[in-house]
Design a binder for this molecule. Sequence first.
Ligand code: CP
Ligand code: NVA
Length: 306
Amino acid sequence: MVRHFLKDDDITAAEQAEILRRALELKKAPYSVRPFEGPKTVALIFDKTSTRTRVSFAVGVADLGGVPLIIDSQSSQMGAKESVADTAKVLGRQVAQIVWRTYAHEGLEEMAANAGVPVINSLSDDYHPCQILADLLTIKEHKGELAGLKIAYVGDAANNMANSYLLGCALAGMNVAVAGPTGYQPASQIVARAEQIAKATGGSVEVVAEPVAAITGADVVVTDTWISMGQESEKAQRLADFAGFTIDADLMTHAKPDAIFMHCLPAYRGYEVSAEVIDGPQSVIWDEAENRLHAQKALMAWLAQH
Ligand code: CP
Ligand code: NVA
């Protein structure tokens, strides 16, 4: 059976740990694993804009011996002219893996059901699991073990990053606390699934309304934009609704003194995070951005073997 990585819990806790272990190895020896030797081609499809994802997957495929084929869906037949299922069947005959950044998560499921090769979600409206692998790798490098650490997410707790932190960090055995304003809380089925995962891994899940409650005692503090791709028309409303949720130096005093700050980027200084925090000594955002490359290489190499 072909394995896919569409959301954080498509892999087991042991598989997640194995991928992170391999990522650390690949970071030390970038050209030591060559699953795409041939060279084989990996399709990288983008329905939304990207800097980090595009670069890290293109470099990662090349490092693994393959050729990245970047497809801007606007200039392809995909979408209005041709179904996802038909596109999947065409691509699956020619490429080794498919990486897709899209809107509705169901599209990824249709691609995976029809491609016959591994499909990786490089961001959907609901999840951003590759980012969480990079974040876990970054936390591991800075803190050692993941299990038992507290991670606090403050901001849009109903978006793709919040969902993926809930599932992916619970899978790593972490204590996940999320805080979002009324109307921006995670869906109950995501929380229930995260709680179920946490029960098995020894982690925990907490959803609160106040940023201070989430951040208190945290080892890792994270946030994301208040306006995700596709939500641009809601900007004015969202800026009003998120008042009081900016991660600034005052709020950071509630975290552990050695807490690290992360952000998937792009960041909007003065909104979800102050410049003082994101550009300050606790911020590890550049390690985090680099780790997209190493984590995704480990993921692609692992999928090539399963
Ligand atoms: N963090 C992230 O996915 O960045 P891009 O949107 O630039 O790919
Ligand atoms: N939540 C953001 C993440 C960007 C990497 C978005 O979906 O736009």
